[in-house]
Design a protein around this ligand. Structure first.
Ligand code: ADP
Ligand code: MG
Length: 582
């Protein structure tokens, strides 16, 4: 069965230690069932011509004691079980996080972030709550049924067979229901996630929507998603309920059947096969036999729902990772592209690009927006894999390095800085979790972070808000530059890292970068050509091709694209920083 397979997968993946919990539940099950046995003994005693009243009293006392033990055990076992389950789910979340980290960015292109978040948050907690609630039912159904059927078989195997045949019958109905159920719950989960994604999109985009006065339009897509969710929720309840109920009813029918057969055997005095005590035992124990199974049937809908969630967790965990290869560590840190072609989706963004980036020096990438500069830095960091050609670092093909190894060699400052909802201090520390406070303060100083700390309520311990929402673009960039400096990796990629800075701070950051260049491979993408004129090498890109390369003065002599940019920029904004640069 698909559900069983999925559950086993989760147990195996999380190395779940369910043994003790199962044993506990079984022990608890015994204490739960034992009073029925004692009750039977009391009833049998009453059938005697002279019932032993003292013996009955003794049994009643044992019954009371067992009741208390059972209560105590129930609590113990419940705590144990929840412990195991919560350990399991937190492991699942970690595994998912770890796996997501190792997936290539290409994967994220195909999946909605809201959808991924709902797997990690919603689906895992679906599993946690439903499995937690149903675990007892499942163990009870498996163990209790077996235990009680053996007992019934010993009493009267014919009646017992009759009673047990209710199980396969009800199972058949459940298998039919499973087909319908899977479809309905799948549809429900899809529309639930769709609603989540639309909602995230709506909240994130609300400022743009307002700016363009589009709130009405986008809200209608969100509303449509809500509406869909409502419909599929109704279907879920209405569709699965009756099916589960049908198999529930099967048990009642078989119970009645058993009563009927027993009673008809009584009437026929010549061939009495069933004695009154056996009948009474079947009435009492038989009812017990079905109880856990019936509970499972009633929870069939939620179990199915849980299964759909587990299925999605499993899919995500089984999404293929980037080809890890051999993991060779390079000894030098020059970078080269050899006939690299790359497309994100279908259009080629880089076509047959060949270039070299020298070690211990500053190389600049310039070119119009959309020419592929950011793409080049993302490929160096192996966020994506190239489709044709190869990229090497220190002569080693980056496909022969694990993505983590490549990431370890690179400090990257992105065009759009992302900060975590934490303090400035901790956001810098991400660059190197082992860094001392001293080291952190040093890079904060170099990257001009200290310069604006005075204006913050708690200095370096001020929280930055989600994504750094409480800071200006320039402040965020300085924090991320400090973070990159702290990482102290041999390769530094700066993607318009200084674009949001005012000229004065930009100069200071430039100085800090000059410092770094002495021992590192630095690649800078910049729009303001002034800031990169000292670069050893400038690579000019256009439409995914290398247009020209050379030093500032060489390129000016070429009088091609770079020259045109330079002349234009001198005319418009050159006056701003010329004074400082000289
Ligand atoms: P630049 O940094 O030079 O402005 P990019 O490298 O960001 O240019 O983009 C190059 C081209 O690739 C552009 O046409 C852009 O639309 C496209 N592109 C960039 N990122 C993605 C992406 N994640 N998915 C699809 N296309 C992308
Ligand atoms: Mg870019």
């Amino acid at each position: 069965m698909n559900m069983l397979k999925n559950l086993l997968y989760v147990f195996r993946a999380t190395h779940a230690r369910l043994g003790a919990a199962v044993m506990g539940e079984m022990l608890h099950g015994i204490f739960l069932a034992a009073p029925t046995g004692i009750l039977l003994l009391i009833i049998w005693e009453l059938f005697n011509e002279q019932p032993d009243i003292k013996g009955i009293w003794l049994k009643v006392i044992i019954l009371t004691v067992m009741f208390f033990i059972q209560m105590w055990l129930a609590r113990k076992v419940m705590v144990k079980t929840y412990n195991v389950i919560i350990t399991m789910t937190s492991k699942l979340r970690l595994m998912l996080g770890d796996h997501l980290y190792k997936l290539s960015l290409g994967f994220y292109k195909k999946r909605d972030p809201g959808d991924l978040a709902s797997v990690v948050l919603q689906d895992v907690s679906n599993f946690e709550t439903i499995f937690g609630d149903q675990f007892r039912n499942m163990v009870g159904a498996a163990f209790g049924t077996l235990f009680l059927s053996i007992f019934l078989f010993i009493l009267d195997w014919k009646l017992a067979t009759l009673m047990i045949s209710a199980i396969p019958c009800s199972f058949l109905i459940i298998i039919m229901a499973a087909k319908v159920g899977r479809k309905i719950s799948h549809r429900h989960i899809v529309s639930r996630n769709e609603t989540g994604s639309r909602f995230i999109e709506y909240v994130q985009g609300v400022k743009y929507l307002k700016a363009f006065n589009l709130t009405g339009v986008r809200f209608s897509t969100l509303k449509a998603a809500f509406d869909n969710l409502r419909k599929s929720s109704i279907k879920l309840e209405a569709g699965l309920g009756p099916l589960a109920l049908a198999s529930f009813v099967v048990f009642e029918v078989f119970f009645l059947l058993m009563v009927y057969v027993s009673v008809s055997h009584f009437k026929n005095a010549s061939e009495i096969t069933i004695t009154v005590p056996v009948f009474v035992a079947f009435l009492i124990v038989g009812y017990r036999l079905y109880a856990p199974l019936q509970l499972l049937m009633i929870s069939y809908a939620v179990l199915n729902y849980m299964n759909a969630s587990v299925e999605r967790i499993r899919q995500l965990l089984e999404a293929p990772l980037q080809d890890v290869g051999k993991d060779i560590r390079p000894e030098r840190y020059d970078i080269s592209f050899e006939n690299v072609s790359f497309s994100y989706v279908d259009r080629e963004v880089l076509e047959e690009v060949s270039l070299t980036i020298p070690e211990k020096g500053l190389t600049a990438l310039v070119g119009p927006s959309g020419s592929g500069k950011t793409t080049i830095t993302n490929l160096i960091a192996r966020f994506w894999d190239v489709q044709k050609g190869k990229i090497t670092i220190g002569g080693v093909d980056i496909k022969d390095m694990a993505p983590q190894t490549v990431c370890g060699l690179i400090s990257q400052v992105f065009q759009d800085v992302y900060l975590f909802d934490d303090t400035i201090y901790n956001n810098i520390k991400i660059g190197n979790p082992e860094a001392t406070e001293n080291e952190i303060m040093q890079v904060a100083e170099k990257a001009q972070v200290t310069e604006f700390l005075g204006a913050m309520e708690n200095g370096i311990n001020t929280k930055v808000g989600e994504g750094g929402s409480k800071l200006s673009g320039g402040q965020k960039q300085r924090i991320s530059i400090a973070r990159a400096m702290l990482k102290n990796a041999p390769i530094i990629l700066l993607d318009e890292a200084t674009s949001a800075l005012d000229p004065e701070n930009e100069i200071y950051i430039q100085l800090a970068i000059q410092e770094l260049v002495k021992e590192k491979t630095v690649v800078v993408i910049a729009h303001k050509l002034q800031t990169i004129r000292n670069a050893e090498k400038i690579i000019v890109l256009k439409d995914g091709h290398v247009n020209e390369t050379g030093s500032h003065s060489e390129l000016l002599k070429n009088k091609k694209l770079y020259y045109q940019y330079w002349v234009t920029q001198q005319k418009i904004g050159g006056w701003r920083i010329c004074d400082h640069a000289h």
